[in-house]
Write a protein that binds this ligand. Structure first.
Ligand code: AMP
Length: 309
C-alpha cells in the first residue's frame, strides 16, 4: 500500500464567531496526512516548509507513518501562512491574509522511493505544481485524486484544464462545481465536469454532506449533525485524506468502493471540526472512528413499505 500526498504544510490563524486561534499548524497536506494515516501506511508526503515549522510536528507525523523524504525544508525561509475568518453559518469564510513564502517558489520533487505508488492525492495547490508531480511519476498511479478551488479557476484555468484531463477523481465544493461548469444544476454541472476528464466527481456541500457522481450514477453521503462546530478549517482536506487513505487500504476503486470511501471521509471530517486545527485528529482512536462510521450508517438507515395507490 502506498499513497502519495501533495499539498501545503502551513501556519494558520483562524477566527470563528466562537473563538480565535494564534498561529497554529495547518495546511492541506497536514490535514490529509493525519486523516489518511488512520487507514494506510506509509503516507509519502510532498511539500515544503520553512525553518520556522516546528520539528515536533514533523516528528509526530513520522511517528504516525508519514514519510517526509519529499518534504523540502528551507531553513532560512518562512512557511506558508494563511488566515481566515468564518461567518456565523461556519460554512463560508473570508481569507484575511495569504503569505505564500516558501510555497511561492515550490518545485516539488518526487523521491525515487515514492515511485510505484497506487494513489496520488493532489491537495489544493497551483495546477502547475500538481501537473509537475503527475509528470514526474514514471508509472501512472492507479488512481489520481485532485482537490482544487475557485482561485485556480480564476487565475490558472488552462493549466487546471490540463490537470483535469489527467486525473480520475475531482473534489470541489458546490459553488466551485457551478463556477467550473457554468451550470446551476449540480447534475448538469457533474456531466460537464466529467467531460473534462475525471471519471468520478465529488461535490462537497459542507454541513449538507457530499455527492458522488460517476457515469449516470449518483450517491449522497450526509454530514453528521453536530452539536458543536468549533473550526471547519481543514474539513475538506480531512475528508480527502480519509477518502484516499481508505481507498488505498481497500483498493476497490469501483463506484461501490467509492461510496464507502466518502462515508469514511465524511466521518473523519466530522471529527476535524470539533476542535481548532489538527487537535482532534491527533487524539482519535480506531474505536472513535468505528463508532462515528456507525452513526453515519444509522443516520440514513430506514425501512419503508411502499404503498400502492
Ligand atoms: P480547507 O478548510 O479544507 O479548505 O483547507 C484549509 C487549509 O488549506 C488551511 O490549513 C490552509 O493552510 C490551506 N490553504 C489555504 N489557502 C491555500 C492555498 N492558496 N494554497 C495551499 N493551501 C492553502
Amino acid at each position: 500500500m502506498s499513497l502519495i500526498v501533495v499539498g501545503s504544510m502551513a501556519f494558520d490563524a483562524i477566527e470563528t464567531p466562537f473563538g480565535r486561534s494564534d498561529k497554529i499548524v495547518g495546511g492541506a497536506a497536514t490535514y490529509i496526512a493525519w486523516s489518511a494515516s488512520n487507514f494506510t501506511k506509509p503516507i509519502q508526503q510532498i511539500s515544503v516548509v520553512g525553518g520556522d515549522f516546528p520539528q515536533e510536528e514533523l516528528d509526530m507525523l513520522v511517528k504516525r507513518g508519514v514519510n517526509l523524504e519529499g518534504v523540502q525544508v528551507k531553513k532560512d525561509k518562512k512557511s506558508f501562512f494563511w488566515s481566515g475568518r468564518y461567518h456565523m453559518d461556519m460554512n463560508t469564510r473570508d481569507t484575511l491574509e495569504t503569505q505564500l513564502n516558501v510555497l511561492g517558489e515550490f518545485e516539488p520533487v518526487v523521491p525515487r522511493s515514492y515511485q510505484g505508488a497506487d494513489i496520488l492525492m493532489l491537495g489544493n495547490l497551483s495546477p502547475a505544481v500538481q501537473l509537475s508531480v503527475i509528470d514526474q511519476m514514471q508509472k501512472r498511479p492507479r488512481l489520481i485524486v485532485l482537490d482544487t478551488m475557485n482561485f485556480w479557476m480564476e487565475t490558472a484555468l488552462p493549466d487546471l484544464e490540463t490537470v483535469l484531463s489527467k486525473i480520475d477523481v475531482l473534489l470541489v465544493n458546490d459553488s466551485e462545481a457551478r463556477q467550473l461548469s457554468g451550470q446551476y444544476s449540480l447534475v448538469r454541472a457533474a456531466k460537464e465536469i466529467i467531460k473534462m476528464g475525471p471519471k468520478f466527481l465529488i461535490i462537497k456541500k459542507g454541513e449538507h454532506g457530499a455527492l458522488l457522481f460517476h457515469d449516470d450514477h449518483v450517491f449522497f453521503a450526509p454530514a453528521l449533525p453536530l452539536e458543536e462546530v468549533f473550526d471547519p478549517t481543514g474539513a475538506g482536506d480531512t475528508f480527502a485524506g480519509g477518502f484516499a487513505g481508505y481507498l488505498d487500504n481497500t483498493k476497490d476503486f469501483s463506484f461501490e468502493g467509492m461510496k464507502s470511501a466518502i462515508i469514511v471521509g465524511s466521518a473523519i471530517a466530522s471529527f476535524c471540526v470539533e476542535k481548532f486545527g489538527t487537535t482532534r485528529l491527533k487524539e482519535l482512536s480506531k474505536n472513535d472512528i468505528d463508532e462515528r462510521i456507525q452513526e453515519f450508517v444509522d443516520l440514513v438507515n430506514f425501512d419503508i413499505s411502499l404503498v400502492a395507490g
